[in-house]
Design a protein around this ligand. Structure first.
Ligand SMILES: *[C@@H]1O[C@H](CO)[C@@H](O)[C@H](O)[C@H]1NC(C)=O
Ligand SMILES: *[C@@H]1O[C@H](CO)[C@@H](O)[C@H](O)[C@H]1NC(C)=O
Ligand SMILES: *[C@@H]1O[C@H](CO)[C@@H](O)[C@H](O)[C@H]1NC(C)=O
Ligand SMILES: *[C@@H]1O[C@H](CO)[C@@H](O)[C@H](O)[C@H]1NC(C)=O
Ligand SMILES: *[C@@H]1O[C@H](CO)[C@@H](O)[C@H](O)[C@H]1NC(C)=O
Ligand SMILES: *[C@@H]1O[C@H](CO)[C@@H](O)[C@H](O)[C@H]1NC(C)=O
Length: 316
């Protein structure tokens, strides 16, 4: 089924397939916002245009994906958070999948893809429905020995996926967001979530975009009102009772950035506490990596992050 906004509405289903390669996330976001080419030293990274040329946009999967590599290779499956999308993982695609070592598949969640129409809050935006659709997308891609790679709100989703669908991945690599329900995160400054709720209610892009600019998101203009659906709010109303932690039996690599807005990060901007780090270290092969970068460390410090992931994956 074709769900693309512009083409579906104006030209009809038939032309959908013809223009399916024109995915804004691949054409614009991948190289313009997210691939900060980590030049010079080893390993040498390819030019973004060379990586992009090999990436496949598949908009007929249950959720739209960007994919790179041989489907038979070991899989890395990526879930983004607010206000990003599948293109955010450009530097990980370049490091792990351009050379054929892994098969990268990244989804874009409902309302985060600019080419798709607004999702129905009581259908696609229900968190339980998002989980079903992510799972379905993973099955369709026939992933081999998958590792989940998750960031921000995608981390919360990833932890829950492992409870609901234990076969979905063997291990998980998570960025910046730990347990969000434990008492240790009480002091968190969640003003941006309040701003997002207002943006959503008023359909006011400048509120959510303003928040994304403040926090130095790599693609702040993608933070349109509809990406700010109140995901961390009214969760139980939306049929989502969150587990406090991911399953303790699943190997977990946790990376977090120790800076924000160019300054050492203050406690009230950190999405976890000491208990979370203890939990991470208690999982099999559990490891915590502190990165000299911010919330978007995998975009802004890709070399350090990619090398840390490689070391962990090779350390078994
Ligand atoms: C795109 O996804 C659909 C649905 O999962 C699948 O049938 C098709 O083979 C995929 N296309 C490519 C090029 O991988
Ligand atoms: C290519 O694959 C290997 C094996 O995982 C990895 O160590 C290497 O750094 C990869 N990427 C690049 C850009 O060389
Ligand atoms: C909380 O975050 C908002 C931006 O989302 C910022 O304007 C405000 O200054 C922060 N509050 C504190 C106490 O740091
Ligand atoms: C949208 O939000 C901005 C920033 O908070 C505000 O200045 C503006 O008045 C709002 N627009 C509307 C139509 O409410
Ligand atoms: C929050 O939940 C209440 C029902 O408990 C519902 O009436 C309201 O619309 C929900 N708000 C949002 C923003 O989802
Ligand atoms: C951030 O982490 C790096 C290690 O990756 C460390 O060298 C640096 O001192 C840390 N910065 C702060 C402000 O803690």
């Amino acid at each position: 089924m074709c769900r693309r906004k512009n083409i579906l509405l104006t030209l009809g289903l038939h032309l959908c397939a013809v223009y399916a390669h024109e995915d804004s996330l691949l054409e614009v976001d991948f190289c313009q916002y997210y691939y900060r080419n980590p030049a010079s030293s080893e390993p040498r990274y390819p030019d973004c245009s060379d990586v992009k040329a090999k990436v496949v946009s598949n908009e007929t999967r249950t959720l739209p994906t960007l994919e790179l590599g041989e489907p038979g290779a070991k899989a890395l499956f990526f879930i983004h958070g607010w206000p990003d999308n599948a293109a955010m993982w450009a530097a990980q695609f370049a490091h792990f999948c351009f050379n054929g070592s892994f098969y990268c598949v990244a989804v874009t969640l409902a309302n985060f893809h600019p080419d798709f129409p607004d999702a129905d809050p009581d259908k696609e935006l229900k968190i339980t429905q998002q989980l079903i659709e992510i799972h379905q997308t993973m099955l369709e891609a026939h992933l081999v020995d998958p590792t989940l790679v998750v960031h921000d709100w995608g981390s919360v989703i990833g932890y829950e996926m492992l409870h609901r669908y234990p076969a979905v991945a063997r291990q998980i690599i998570s960025f910046d967001v730990g347990s969000t329900v434990s008492s240790e995160s009480w002091k968190l400054n969640l003003t941006y979530q309040e701003q997002n709720r207002e943006a959503w209610q008023q359909k006011n892009d400048s509120k959510s975009v303003g928040s994304a600019i403040y926090w130095e998101a790599p693609a702040p203009l993608r933070a349109t009102w509809r990406t700010s659906w109140p995901y961390e709010y009214n969760l139980s109303y939306r049929g989502f009772i969150q587990h406090p932690y991911p399953p303790a039996s699943v190997p977990l690599l946790f990376l977090w950035g120790n800076m924000t807005r160019g300054e050492p990060r203050q406690a009230n901007t950190i999405f976890f506490g000491p208990h979370w780090l203890d939990f991470v270290r208690s999982t099999p092969h559990g490891r915590v990596v502190e990165v000299d970068s911010d919330h978007w460390m995998h975009v802004k410090s890709p070399r350090f992050v990619n090398n840390a992931i490689s070391a962990w994956l090779n350390g078994y």
